[in-house]
Design a protein around this ligand. Structure first.
Ligand code: PSU
Ligand code: MN
Length: 301
C-alpha cells in the first residue's frame, strides 16, 4: 500500500537521517513553474546536508514515500490534482488517482514509513470565523495522534493564529520555538503570540523526541522556526494583503478545501511575488533545520 523509494528504504534501514516533505505545497501552495523548481531544490538541499529527502504523494493510486523526478513533475504539473488529507487517502488509492498530500496525510504516511522528521512551510489551522463555519484543518487532530516532528514557520496569517494555538494545546501537541520565544507568523518573523517551550539546538529537539517516546506520547512535536527579520514580508504590506485576501474570499464565496489555496494565491498575486519569496525562504529555512534535527536524531539511535 505504501511504497518507499529505494533511496528512502535503504536510508531508513541504515539508520540515516531522513526528512519527509509534503506535496500539497508543491501542487496547491506555489505557482508554476516555481513549484517544481522549489520541490527539486528542497530535495537537493537535504541531500547536500547529508540526509535523504522523502517527498510523499499519491501516484496512480500508490501512496509513495520518496518520488522519482518524473513523479514529482507529474504532481507539480497536473491541473486537476486532488488535495488529499488523511480521509481522502482510501478513495485516492481505490480510484487509482494522483493526489498531493497535506501536512496531515504526509505526517501520517511518513510515520507509517518509519520517518520521524518532516519539513514544511506552514501548518493548516483554525480559520477565521471557524466558530460559525467549523473550518479547522484536519492537520490539527491528525498531529494529535501522529508521533512526528514537524518543522514549520508557524501557521499562515490567513488563519486565526491564537485559536490555532489554543487548539494545539487542547490536542496535546507540543509547540517548540526554535531559537525563539515567539510563535512565528509564517510571512512574518513574529505572529504576536508567545510560545512557552524553546529549543536552541537540533540536539535539544532530538532529546525532546526521545523523552516523548519514553513517555509513550503519540502526538507530534511542532518546531516553529521563524523567518529572519531581514527576510520577512513588510508588516504593513502584510496587513493590507490579509484584509484584501479575506474580503476577496468572502466575495467569491470560497469555502472548504479551496480556501487555503485561494488565499495564498491572492497573497502572491497582490504582493507581486514578495510573499512568494518569503514563503520559499521560510520553507528553505525549515528544510535546513529539519536536516540538522534528523541528523541529531539518527545519531541518538
Ligand atoms: N501552508 C502553506 N502552503 C500550503 C499549505 C499550508 O504554506 O500549501 C497546505 C498544507 O498542505 C496544509 C494544507 O496541510 O494547506 C491545509 O489545508 P486545509 O486548511 O484545507 O486543511
Ligand atoms: Mn478546511
Amino acid at each position: 500500500m505504501i511504497v518507499k523509494s529505494e533511496e528512502v528504504d535503504v536510508a531508513l534501514r541504515d539508520g540515516r537521517g531522513v526528512v519527509a516533505l509534503e506535496s500539497t505545497i508543491i501542487s496547491h501552495g506555489l505557482p508554476r513553474p516555481r513549484n517544481l523548481e522549489v520541490a527539486v531544490e528542497l530535495e537537493g538541499r537535504l541531500r547536500a546536508a547529508g540526509v535523504v529527502p522523502a517527498t510523499v504523494g499519491v501516484v496512480g493510486g500508490v501512496v509513495r514515500v520518496g518520488l522519482s523526478g518524473e513523479e514529482l513533475e507529474r504532481l507539480a504539473t497536473r491541473d486537476d490534482l486532488l488535495k488529499a488529507g488523511v480521509r481522502d487517502l482510501p478513495s485516492a488509492v481505490v480510484s487509482g488517482a494522483d493526489a498531493a498530500t497535506t501536512v496531515a496525510a504526509t505526517s501520517w504516511v511518513a510515520h507509517l514509513a518509519g520517518i520521524r522528521v518532516f519539513a514544511t512551510g506552514g501548518l493548516g489551522g483554525v480559520h477565521r470565523g471557524a466558530a460559525a463555519t467549523y473550518d479547522e484543518s484536519a492537520d490539527l487532530p491528525t498531529l494529535a495522534r501522529t508521533p512526528i516532528t514537524v518543522i514549520c514557520a508557524g501557521v499562515k496569517s490567513i488563519l486565526d493564529v491564537p485559536a490555532t494555538l489554543e487548539r494545539l494545546e487542547t490536542l496535546g501537541v507540543a509547540v517548540v520555538g526554535y531559537r525563539t520565544d515567539r510563535f512565528p507568523g509564517f510571512y512574518l518573523t513574529d505572529s504576536g503570540h508567545p510560545v512557552d517551550q524553546r529549543a536552541d539546538s537540533p540536539e535539544t529537539v532530538a532529546a525532546m523526541m526521545a523523552a516523548a517516546d519514553d513517555l509513550s506520547l503519540d502526538s507530534a512535536i511542532i518546531v516553529a522556526n521563524p523567518l529572519p527579520e531581514a527576510r520577512q514580508l513588510d508588516p504593513e504590506l502584510h496587513e493590507r494583503l490579509l484584509t484584501e485576501a479575506l474580503a476577496a474570499a468572502e466575495r467569491a464565496g470560497v469555502t472548504g478545501k479551496p480556501v487555503t489555496p485561494f488565499l495564498l494565491d491572492h497573497f502572491q498575486r497582490a504582493s507581486a511575488g514578495a510573499s512568494l519569496e518569503a514563503n520559499i525562504h521560510a520553507v528553505r529555512g525549515n528544510v535546513d533545520v529539519a536536516a540538522a534535527i534528523a541528523t541529531a536524531w539518527a545519531k541518538r539511535r
